[in-house]
Write a protein that binds this ligand. Structure first.
Ligand code: NG1
Ligand code: ZN
Length: 539
């Protein structure tokens, strides 16, 4: 069995460095060489989580879009969601225990408080991205899992969404909610089968250039392409996963979105269709060069609008009626969840052109996800390109049981069903989102220009500002305002008034030691001016 002595002995190989860790929006994230002790301990905690739920838990080792020397880790819940909030505190406490004895005490505290049945088996699945520090960190994690006698499946390299997919598949296997085969082939085949139904018989889109940020998306996308054969035309760009220093460097979705620039390492000519994934392939943004040689970005807001518009059209044609708890039936309720970083034009388009409710939440996928669950179809995307679409069980049932009276209706119902297969509902997934966009563009017969012309983004500028203590910045109203420092909010309110369509907010990052300043205005000059004025004061 598991013994305290064995845990203590194994932990000696991973002494805690003199740093403070926080389990934040994206789990633990810092320099890779500071993380071995955290990995070992996260292994211990994953086992407790698995035991208490009697389910398989996932552990993903990645630092997403952050620099190559960084790394991180997060736990994945049975259906592919983020770790339950109350356990984030346990994770933080366990990671910060200074000695092996303190670590054991912290572990015992969780066992007592959560009533963990220590005699039941535990099952944990593990994956990592391409980061060089990943090897050692996986070893530390496995040591933690092994000393707790866990059943382990190590997938080695996966995209973050693939790991979430595996966890959900394993936990739903043999149930009516079975999600798929927990293998990469199972993942590719599922997406491919769903995609095929949308594009069959339609003119094929021109080649799509996919910047993989020199990360794990590159080998995984190549595997998908092998499965899809001639049904999609993709050129994999920035696929140097073994060259040091390349990951996310001047490329990838975060770079493209933040600087509104094309990535380095790939050619982009007018007429090319292109997109960028981030380092762990859970974010995607599209872009192209227009005829005036201007770079045009189609970010997460544009993807949300494209998806919502299409789903609304299909729901209307199909005339889907969803059964409610009180026995009545009513049309499909669709919502699009956004954050303060969403472009103001997108919010306006969604609310006033598509007439869809647009609730705002704090930054961070778990907040968006939670809000999206309140709808039959909850579309959520962060402006940075991380997002997905959630379908309620009632909606999926309605799709399955509604019979179309005409071929057009029948087709709309099939399309809605197809979307539930094509979209990774466990988590935002760049590869699945890419296929979603490609499917909708194919069905609509749209170019990227046509998609982009649905609404025009307000010019915006986002900056990172280094400060001595970012915890002094406290946000309220879904990150759109500061409660503290009060004087700063007053200055922002005054500055914003000087610009037509002005909007500006300041927010401490949850993943980097910086404060983010976002500004939007009627012209690029004004957005820049507004941002630089406030950034200058924050600094
Ligand atoms: P922080 O660093 O807390 O702003 C960033 C993104 C979030 C989310 C997390 C998780 C922006 C402005 N922020 O969070 O939306 O994706 O990373 O990776 O894009
Ligand atoms: Zn990511």
């Amino acid at each position: 069995g598991i013994t305290a002595e064995a845990i203590k002995t194994a932990a000696k190989a991973y002494p805690k460095p003199a740093v403070h860790y926080t389990y934040g929006t994206a789990g633990f994230r810092t320099k890779g060489d500071l993380l071995p002790s955290v990995m070992f301990r996260i292994g211990l905690l994953a086992v407790l989580r698995s035991k208490v739920l009697g389910k398989t838990i996932g552990v993903m080792i990645t630092a997403s879009h952050n620099p190559e020397i960084d790394n991180g880790v997060k736990l994945v819940e049975p259906m592919g969601e983020m770790l339950k909030q109350s356990w984030e505190g346990y994770a933080t406490e366990l990671a910060n225990a200074e000695t092996e004895d303190a670590m054991l005490d912290s572990l015992k505290k969780v066992i007592a408080e959560e009533n963990i049945p220590m005699d039941v088996n535990s099952s944990v699945v593990v994956a990592r991205d391409t980061r060089p520090s990943g090897d050692l960190l996986v070893k530390a994690l496995l040591d933690g899992l092994n000393v707790m006698k866990a059943d382990i499946k190590n997938y080695d390299m996966l995209t973050t969404p693939q790991l979430h997919y595996m966890v959900r598949c394993i936990n739903t296997k043999g149930t009516p909610d079975a999600y798929g085969e927990p293998t990469t082939d199972g993942y590719y085949n599922k997406l491919y089968a769903a995609f095929k139904k949308f594009v069959v018989g339609k003119p094929k889109l021109s080649q799509l250039h996919v910047d993989c940020a020199n990360g794990v998306g590159a080998p995984k996308l190549k595997e998908l392409i092998k499965v899809m054969g001639n049904d999609i035309d993709i050129k994999v760009e920035n696929d140097q996963i073994t060259t040091k220093g390349k990951l996310n460097y001047k490329c990838g979705a975060d770079f493209v979105k933040l600087y509104q620039l094309q990535p380095e390492g790939m050619e982009l000519k007018p007429g090319y269709r292109a997109c960028s994934l981030d380092g762990d392939a859970d974010r995607i943004v599209y872009y192209y060069i227009d005829n005036d040689n201007k770079f045009r970005l189609l970010d997460g807001d544009k993807i949300a609008s494209l998806a919502a518009g299409y789903i609304m059209d299909m729901a209307k044609i199909a005339n889907i009626q969803v059964p409610r708890e009180d026995g009545s039936k009513s049309p499909l309720k669709i919502g699009v969840v956004q954050t303060a970083y969403a472009n103001g034009s997108s919010t306006d388009y969604l609310r006033n052109k598509l007439n869809v409710p647009v609730p705002f939440t704090q930054t961070g996928v778990k907040h968006l996800h939670h809000e999206a669950l309140k709808y039959d179809v909850g579309v959520y995307f962060e402006a940075n390109g991380h997002g997905t679409v959630l379908f309620s069980d009632a909606a999926i049932n309605a799709f399955k049981t509604t019979k179309g009276a005409t071929p057009e209706q029948e087709n709309a119902i099939e399309s809605l069903k197809g979307l539930t297969e094509l979209i990774n509902q466990a988590v935002g997934d760049a590869i699945s989102d890419m296929l979603l966009v490609e499917a909708i563009l194919t069905v609509r017969g749209w170019t990227l220009e046509q998609w982009n012309s649905q609404y025009t983004d307000l010019p915006s500028r986002q900056e990172k500002v280094k400060v001595s203590d970012r915890t002094q910045f406290k946000c309220i109203k879904a990150d759109t305002e500061l409660a503290e420092p009060k004087e700063l909010q007053e200055i922002i309110d005054n500055e914003v008034k000087k610009y037509p369509n002005g909007r500006c907010f300041v927010r401490p990052s949850g993943t980097e030691d910086i404060v983010r300043v976002y500004a939007e205005a009627n012209t690029a000059e004004n957005a820049d001016k507004l941002n630089y004025t406030i950034s200058g004061i924050v600094f």
